[in-house]
Design a protein around this ligand. Structure first.
Ligand code: FES
Length: 93
């Protein structure tokens, strides 16, 4: 994934209680640990009117519903650059 310009967490009561209350510090810690925090601002918003799909997070306006626990870990891992030695070899390499 290309690093988004912003990540927005819904901090409405439904998304907060569904997981964004825990997701916010997890995301902050992840970004800081990997040196991404100066490049990827986090924003909060009020209810985005898709409460039943929460906890809701938007990456550059793209809704990523239900991100918590393993799904959040996978999303955060996708933000990291792929190490050069982990690229899939081509058939002729
Ligand atoms: S509280 Fe998050 S979409 Fe409604």
């Amino acid at each position: 994934m290309t690093l988004p310009k912003t990540i927005t967490l819904c901090m409405g009561s439904s998304c907060f209680s569904r997981g964004n209350g825990r997701n916010l510090p997890r995301i902050q810690q992840f970004l800081k640990r990997h040196g991404l925090d100066p490049h990827l601002p986090l924003k909060g918003c009020r209810c985005g009117s898709v409460c039943t799909r929460g906890p809701n997070i938007w990456a550059d306006g793209l809704l990523l519903p239900g991100l918590s626990d393993a799904a959040l870990d996978a999303f955060l891992a996708s933000l990291l650059p792929v190490p050069p030695n982990s690229q899939v070899p081509t058939p002729n390499s």
